[in-house]
Ligand binder design. Sequence first.
Ligand SMILES: Cc1ncc(COP(=O)(O)O)c(C=O)c1O
Length: 357
Amino acid sequence: MRAEPQDFGRVLSSMCTEPHPAAREAAERFLATNPGDPGTYEAVADLEERVVDDLGAIVGLDDPVGYVASGGTEANIQAVRAARNLADAANPNVVAPESVHFSFRKAAGVLDVDLRLAPLSDDYRADVDAVRELADDDTALVVGVAGTTEYGRVDPIPELGAVARDHDALFHVDAAWGGFFLPFTDREWSFADAPVDTMTIDPHKVGQAAIPAGGFLVRDESLLDALAVDTPYLESTGQATLTGTRSGAGVASAAAAIDELWPDGYREGYERAQADAEWLAAALTDRGYDVVEPTLPLVAADVPEREFEALRDAGWRISRTGDDELRIVCMPHVTRTMLESFVADVDSVRPRRNVNT
Ligand SMILES: Cc1ncc(COP(=O)(O)O)c(C=O)c1O
C-alpha cells in the first residue's frame, strides 16, 4: 500500500511547513544532485552560491559566506565547532541562555565543550548580566537566539554581542526559525545590528523550502576555513560542511522559495501570521487562560492537561513548552480559519466555569 504523509490541516506545533509550489518543483528537479561535490555537480553549486547571497541580504551581511546545511542543528553544531577550533583555551566553553535550542546540547556533547546556560529574565529573554557572569577567558562562543523555540522571543542581541567581544569570544545568533520574520520587524537581531560572527537561518522553516535546507552564514571566510578538511578523492579540494553528500533538493528548493517570496511574499506572510497569533492570544485570554504574548507568531498558553489531551484527541497536532504550556506556531500553512476551528474545539473541551465571553 502506498503510504501518504500527514496533511497540514491540523498541524499547529511544527516549525516546518508546506513548501512553496516552486520550491517543491525545484526539489524534485534537483533530487539527484550533490552540492557536497561542487566540482561534479556544478549547477547545484551555483544555486547554493545564490542562496548564500540571498540569505546575506536577508540577514544584513555584505559579501556573505556560508552554505545550505541539513538544518538548524547542523548549523548550530558548526558554529560551536568553528569557535572551538579557533579557541586558544585548552577547555573552551560556550555561554548561552537557557532558552537555547537543544541542538546546543548535542553540539557540546559531540565537540566536548562545556555548555554554560544562563537564566532568563522575566520576559523569557536572555539575562545579559547572567550571561556576563558565566563568561570568562575560556569562553569561545556566546550565543543569542533571535526567535526562541518555545516562546518566539528575541534576545538582546547587541548586548550579548558586546559580552562576546569583551571576552574575545565569537558571537553566534540562532535565527533558525525567526530569521525569515525578523526583517519585517524593528528588532535588532542581524549582522547589521550587532557584532555577529555566525548565524543559523533555516529556509526549511519559515522560508518555505523543502526539507532539508538549513542555513549557516559566517561573517568572513576565515570562519569557514576553520571548519574545512581536505577532500582528496573529490574534484574539489576542501569541505567545510559537517555532512558529506548533501541534498541538492534542499538547495534548489531554497533558491526557488527565496526567488518567489523575498521580500514581499515573506513580508505578507509575517504580517498575516503575526495578526493571527495576536488574534489567537486574545481569544485564549478572553477564555480565561494565561497567555504569553506573541512577539513573533508563536503563542504559548497555560492550558490544563485534560483540555490539552482532549484537543489532541480531536486531531490537533499541538505541543507543550518545558513549563507545560500549550504552544502554537503560526507557520505559513496555519490559517485564520484553522485557528477559528481550533478555538471552537477549545470551547467544546473547556469547563464552562472558565467562560468570560
Ligand atoms: C531556534 C532553533 N534553532 C535550531 C533548531 C533546530 O533546527 P532543525 O530541527 O532544523 O535541526 C530549531 C528547531 O526548531 C529552532 O527552533
